[in-house]
Design a protein around this ligand. Structure first.
Ligand code: PBG
Length: 336
C-alpha cells in the first residue's frame, strides 16, 4: 500500500515490453497464403494503363498480367482474382463478351493458367457489369430494371465458359437471388464439380467502390441499390449466408471489409467454411492518398488494416497490396 492506494496486481503492460514479447503473444498473424490479388486485364492495349484513382494499380496487358501472376506465385500468395475490361465498342446490353470464349476475361484465364498451372489459384469475377453497356450487374427488363432470373441464365453460361477457360474458382459477385445454386448446377452439368465457388455473400452497396469503377471503365448510370445490400443492415447478411451455403457455396465473402468488420465477425462466427473479405478499391485509395500527403504512415496503415480484417475473422483477404505485402512478410514475417 502507498498513500495513493494499492499498486496494480495485474499488469497487462508486461506483455507489451519488447518487440519479441509482443510478437510471441500476438493473436493474429498475417501470412502470404492468406492473400488473394485482384487484377484487371484490359483488352487492346500494348502497355499497362495506370488507374489514376488507385496509385500503383494498373489495367494489365496480357503480358504484364502473366508477369504479375508469376510475381504472385514467387511471393507465396494463394490466388489471383481476374476482372476483364473489354474494348468499349464490344459492350452491349446482354454483356455478350462475358460469355464469348474469346472474350478478354476468358483469354486472360487461359493465359494465366498456362503461366502458373496449379501453383496459384486462378479465380474469375462472375458478373456482367464489366461487359454491359449500361454497367449493371445483370440484364435489364423492359422497364430498365435488373431482371433477376434472366440474369441467372447469363451467369450460368458465364460459369461454364470461365471453367472451360481454366478458372479454379468462380466468384459470383452480382448479388442476384439464387445465383449460387444456378452456378453450381451449371458447373456440375458440364462435369466441373471440381470448380469451387467463392460466393460474394454479403456485398454492400458502397461508395468505396468508386475507384474500381474507373479501373473497369464502368459505364454505370444510377446505382446498384436494388441488388446490393443496404449498409444499415447486418441481419440480412446472415440470411444471405444461409442461402449461399444451402445453394452450394464453398467459401463465402464479405465486401467491403474495413467498414463492415462487424458483419465479417458475425459471419465468421456463424460458419465453418472459409471466410474471405475484400479490402476494396476505396479502402486502398484512402490509405494511398493519405500516405501521399504525408498524413499517415503507409506501411503501418496497410498492415494494421489487414490485421484488423484478419482479427475480425477473415481466413483470406483480397487486397490490391497482396503481392507487396507478401514480399514484405517473406523478408520480415513479423512486420505486423
Ligand atoms: C462487380 C464488382 C465490383 C467490385 C468487385 N466486383 C464493383 C461493384 O459492385 O460496383 C468492386 C471491387 C473494388 O471496389 O475494389 N463486378
Amino acid at each position: 500500500m502507498t498513500k495513493y492506494g494499492s499498486f496494480p496486481g495485474t499488469r497487462p503492460r508486461r506483455l507489451r515490453t519488447t518487440p519479441v514479447m509482443r510478437r510471441m503473444v500476438a493473436e493474429t498473424r498475417l501470412h502470404p497464403a492468406d492473400l488473394i490479388l485482384p487484377a484487371f486485364i484490359r483488352e487492346g492495349v500494348s502497355e499497362p494503363v495506370p488507374v489514376a484513382a488507385m496509385p500503383g494499380v494498373v489495367q494489365h496487358t496480357r503480358d504484364s498480367l502473366k508477369k504479375a501472376a508469376l510475381e504472385a506465385v514467387e511471393a507465396g500468395i494463394s490466388a489471383i482474382m481476374l476482372f476483364g475490361v473489354p474494348e468499349e465498342a464490344k459492350k452491349d446490353a446482354q454483356g455478350t463478351v462475358g460469355t464469348d470464349p474469346d472474350g478478354i476475361l476468358q483469354v486472360a484465364l487461359r493465359d494465366v493458367r498456362a503461366e502458373v498451372g496449379d501453383d496459384l489459384l486462378v479465380m474469375s469475377d462472375l458478373c456482367l457489369d464489366e461487359f454491359t453497356d449500361h454497367g449493371h450487374c445483370g440484364v435489364l427488363d423492359a422497364e430498365g430494371r435488373v431482371d433477376n432470373d434472366a440474369t441467372l441464365e447469363r451467369y450460368a453460361e458465364m460459369a461454364q465458359v470461365q471453367a472451360d477457360a481454366g478458372a479454379h474458382v468462380v466468384g459470383p459477385s452480382g448479388m442476384m437471388d439464387g445465383q449460387i445454386g444456378v452456378v453450381r448446377d451449371a458447373l456440375d452439368q458440364i462435369g466441373r464439380e471440381d470448380v469451387a465457388i467463392l460466393a460474394y455473400t454479403a456485398k454492400y452497396s458502397s461508395a468505396f467502390y468508386g475507384p474500381f469503377r474507373e479501373a473497369v471503365a464502368s459505364s454505370l448510370q444510377g446505382d446498384r441499390k436494388t441488388y446490393q445490400q443496404d449498409p444499415a443492415n447486418w441481419r440480412e447478411s446472415l440470411r444471405e449466408l444461409e442461402l449461399d451455403l444451402t445453394e452450394g457455396a464453398d467459401m463465402v465473402m464479405v465486401k467491403p471489409a474495413g467498414p463492415y468488420l462487424d458483419v465479417l465477425a458475425r459471419v465468421a462466427d456463424a460458419v465453418d467454411v472459409p471466410v474471405a473479405a475484400y479490402q476494396i478499391s476505396g479502402e486502398y485509395s484512402m490509405i494511398e492518398a493519405a500516405a501521399e500527403k504525408g498524413w499517415i504512415d503507409r506501411d503501418r496503415a496497410i498492415f494494421e488494416s489487414l490485421t484488423g480484417i484478419k482479427r475480425a475473422g477473415a481466413r483470406n483477404i483480397l487486397t490490391y497490396w497482396a503481392t507487396e505485402v507478401a514480399q514484405k512478410l517473406r523478408r520480415s514475417p513479423f512486420t505486423s
